[in-house]
Design a protein. Structure first.
Length: 261
């Protein structure tokens, strides 16, 4: 009888150890903290969110926010530059832990991914050449050609308005297509366009229209129990950065305005 009780107790103890090990393995935050780094996907070509400065160093709003969040998690931020359509594929395949890339929360994305609390709010801008007087509102895009990143909310919005979308990799490239007449317009967030106007005041573009409702910009990661504690930790970090005023300061630095509220 005692022997059977000993075997039973040993089995329960072993099962407990295995369960704990499985739990630690499944918890992404624990894995990140054990490695000492968090892998963050971003384009690196979308100023002022994430881009290279004159020294070719990766900088931007998302870069600084990513570093601050990593610091609060007690790890280092490892940034991986990838095309827009590769960001979510990389999250799905577990190459990246999450992404900071000015990602807008949509119903479709929220169905597949967990999102943090918003860390910025933007409006969609309709951008055309200064001599274009035929496009004054979003509805004017019906039957026209626009250009945007493949799979972006801007491309989807343009298509929903009846526009033909030419897909391209970067914001700079979309502007080139519009400038040379290969596209009638491009859609992007207002903060990005205002920044572009600031650094290139002699540009040939103008703002034709803005969406009334603000878009929520947040941090996507894989959905499920695996990322539950990571999501909680990221949300806590964002809230602390808001309360301390650091998030607003970073926003002012890169956008010239506070997009955090």
């Amino acid at each position: 009888m005692k022997k059977n009780l000993f075997i039973f107790a040993a089995a329960v103890f072993s099962a407990g150890i295995i369960s704990c090990k499985k739990s630690e393995t499944a918890d992404l935050l624990s894995q990140i903290q054990k490695k000492g780094k968090i892998t963050i996907a971003m384009e690196g070509t979308w100023a002022p969110w994430t881009y290279h400065d004159e020294k070719n160093e990766l900088v931007g709003y998302d870069v600084e926010v990513g570093k601050k969040i990593a610091e609060k998690l007690g790890v280092k931020a490892e940034f991986v530059e990838v095309d827009w359509d590769g960001i979510f594929a990389g999250i799905d395949s577990k190459r990246y832990d999450l992404s900071l890339n000015g990602v807008e929360v949509t119903q479709e994305r929220a169905f597949k991914y967990d999102f943090s609390e918003p860390y910025a709010y933007t409006h969609t801008a309709l951008i055309v050449k200064k001599d274009n007087d035929s496009i004054k509102k979003f509805e004017d895009l019906k039957g026209r050609t626009t250009t945007n990143s493949l799979g972006s909310t801007y491309a989807e919005y343009a298509e929903s308005l009846g526009a033909k979308v030419v897909t391209i990799d970067s914001f700079e490239e979309t502007l080139q297509l519009v400038e040379h007449g290969r596209a009638d317009a491009t859609l992007n967030d207002n903060a990005t366009f205002f920044y572009y106007q600031k650094i290139k005041p002699e540009n040939p573009f103008k703002l034709a229209a803005l969406t009334e409702n603000a878009s929520h910009v947040a941090i996507p990661m894989r959905k499920g129990e695996e990322t539950k504690t990571l999501l909680e930790a990221v949300n806590k970090a964002i809230e602390e950065l808001k309360q301390s005023g650091e998030l607003a300061q970073i926003s002012q630095k890169y956008f010239g305005a506070d997009l955090t509220k």
